[in-house]
Ligand binder design. Structure first.
Ligand SMILES: NC(=O)c1ccc[n+]([C@@H]2O[C@H](COP(=O)([O-])OP(=O)(O)OC[C@H]3O[C@@H](n4cnc5c(N)ncnc54)[C@H](O)[C@@H]3O)[C@@H](O)[C@H]2O)c1
Length: 248
């Protein structure tokens, strides 16, 4: 009988999370998909099931730490053993730094940073019980050079990289590998924060080495590589997936 390789993807109702969930399913994982938006989550769950995987849809608000722990535990119990967590969900309210209310900052940190921590902690307990596994955190190209009116978001994305390195060091002895992907500019709902879509498109293509837009599947392929056995000696790394915009 095939050994189940369960993965949990947060923010799986969004374009990148959906592509990641589908690719993990295509590459042999059973996949728990988590989002607070039940409608988009349902669409993702249907697409994941079409890849032939077992799927668990978890309508969960990542601002609630207890709900995150419950979602991770349900993944392990209902699809397990849990082998992989992808911390992908994020919020990105756009507002000038001096006008950001503390409540908005707190919400960004709760979803983009604290939830990554809580999910990783809950997952790591399961991963160490089964001899190891992988955690992939999603950062952002914006952490390299900033971007107007996104300071809270960008600070959480820088934190995702430092968190990745700290966890990779601490969890390595348990054979838990922790890596990060840093997406460039992908055409998703996230782009709606830019006022002039045509100017933004020009800006992206001017800066990338590749003169075309990246597609969510191209990020998902890298996440699946980091999630699976082909990257068995890779940990603590952050892979830039940005068409050659920032090179590191
Ligand atoms: N799209 C890009 O170009 C780009 C660039 C750099 C980094 N990223 C990163 O990629 C990841 C995915 O981005 P995306 O473009 O797919 O964004 P998206 O907004 O399409 O998807 C994010 C998902 O997270 C969910 N979410 C938000 N708050 C939540 C909460 N409290 N509880 C549960 N779910 C919640 C949303 O409902 C949404 O489905 C994010 O971490 C983002 O920072 C994206």
């Amino acid at each position: 009988m095939k050994q189940s390789q369960a993965a949990l993807v947060t923010g799986a109702g969004g374009a990148l999370g959906r592509a990641i969930a589908r690719r993990l399913a295509a590459d042999g994982h059973d996949v728990a998909v988590l989002d607070r938006d039940a409608d988009s989550l349902e669409q993702t769950a249907e697409l994941v099931a079409k890849e032939g995987a077992r799927v668990l849809a978890l309508t969960t608000d990542l601002r609630d730490p207890a709900a995150i722990e419950e979602a991770v535990d349900r993944t392990a119990t209902e699809l397990g053993p849990l082998r992989c967590l992808v911390n992908n969900a994020a919020v990105y309210p756009s507002r000038a730094f001096l006008e950001v209310p503390l409540a908005e900052y707190d919400e960004v940190v709760a979803v983009n940073q604290r939830a990554y921590w809580v999910a990783a902690q809950a997952a790591a307990r399961h991963l160490s019980d089964v001899g190891g596994g992988t955690i992939v955190n999603v950062a952002s190209i914006t952490m390299h050079g900033g971007w107007d009116s996104l300071a809270a978001y960008i600070s959480t994305k820088g934190a995702a990289v430092a968190f990745t390195r700290a966890l990779a060091r601490e969890l390595g002895p348990a054979e838990i590998r922790v890596n990060c992907v840093s997406p460039g500019a992908f055409p998703t709902a996230a782009e709606e924060i830019h006022e002039n879509p045509e100017a933004y498109q020009r800006h992206v293509l001017d800066h990338q080495a590749l003169k075309r837009r990246g597609q969510p599947d191209e990020l998902a392929a890298v996440v699946s590589f980091l999630a699976g056995a082909d990257s068995s000696f890779v940990t603590g790394q952050c892979i830039e997936v940005n068409g050659g915009w920032v090179m590191s």
